[in-house]
Design a protein around this ligand. Structure first.
Ligand SMILES: NC(=O)c1ccc[n+]([C@@H]2O[C@H](COP(=O)([O-])OP(=O)(O)OC[C@H]3O[C@@H](n4cnc5c(N)ncnc54)[C@H](OP(=O)(O)O)[C@@H]3O)[C@@H](O)[C@H]2O)c1
Length: 226
């Protein structure tokens, strides 16, 4: 790296990026031996979208509409650090694309009217959403506006676990994975469980350390079990 006109030229970077673009071009050449990129006269028309797919898409959007425009406006928590927020923005954007693409272009859900998995999955999703939103409401009610204190939450599933909001969210995405029966929704369920599951145990440990009278029978995440 030598200075030229006060700037540094990283030749390795130039070479890597240039070769990367040549490689991408060669991959296109190989790909276009059999098919063309789908636009203009070569556009492939995707099959029409069924009612089942629309219901699932609406369900997914409902969750994020609530999380973005209702939950975030009512919350009484501390501000999120920018890096955590940016990580969440990147993940939810990529995940939103993945789930939407799968539903609109890949999922086969023609038997949605009679499908047992579809019905039981949606039932689980909405049960989980009810638990999640109610638990978030209980947490919100513990503070006055502008206050940053922690209290022992009571009522609803808080009588059984320390983090019913996480329990509800995990049920939501478990139900969604059952209803859609696809790898993308299953992977999102696994991600959610791995992300907020352990956090429930940290919350539980925090409560037990901070409050001597914390209910002994209360579990961390799964009622009566864990
Ligand atoms: N799908 C996913 O992967 C994913 C990932 C993360 C979150 N989420 C969802 O996003 C929502 C928020 O998650 P979160 O991690 O922020 O939940 P959280 O840690 O339980 O906190 C929720 C809110 O309640 C406040 N709070 C928590 N315990 C309290 C107590 N004992 N006393 C008073 N206030 C209390 C928090 O304040 P402080 O911020 O000041 O602690 C925060 O404002 C949840 O519904 C969760 O399921 C989903």
């Amino acid at each position: 790296m030598k200075p030229t006109d006060g700037m540094y030229c990283n030749k390795d970077l130039l070479n890597y990026l240039s070769f990367g673009i040549v490689l991408a071009g060669l991959l296109q050449l190989y790909h276009h031996k059999k098919t063309q990129t789908s636009y203009g006269r070569h556009r492939k028309h995707t099959p029409h979208t069924s009612v089942g797919k629309m219901l699932l898409l609406g369900t997914f959007c409902l969750h994020y509409f609530h999380r973005t425009f209702i939950y975030s406006l009512l919350i009484r928590g501390q501000p999120y650090p920018l890096n955590v927020m940016m990580g969440a923005v990147m993940f939810t954007s990529a995940n939103g694309f993945l789930q939407g693409y799968y539903l609109l272009h890949c999922a086969q859900l023609d038997e949605w009217k009679t499908g047992f998995c579809f019905k039981i999955g949606l039932l689980l999703f909405y049960t989980g959403m009810a638990i999640n939103t109610h638990s978030d409401y209980v947490l919100r009610s513990l503070r006055e506006k502008g206050e940053v204190i922690y209290k022992v939450p009571k009522g609803g599933l808080f009588e059984y676990v320390s983090a019913p909001n996480y329990f509800g969210e995990i049920i939501e995405w478990f139900g969604y994975a059952i209803a859609t029966r696809g790898l993308p929704s299953l992977s999102f369920f696994v991600f959610t469980t791995c992300f907020i599951g352990p956090r429930a145990f940290y919350h539980h440990r925090f409560y037990k350390g901070k409050f001597q009278n914390y209910p002994k029978s209360r579990k961390a995440l799964l009622p009566f079990l864990l």
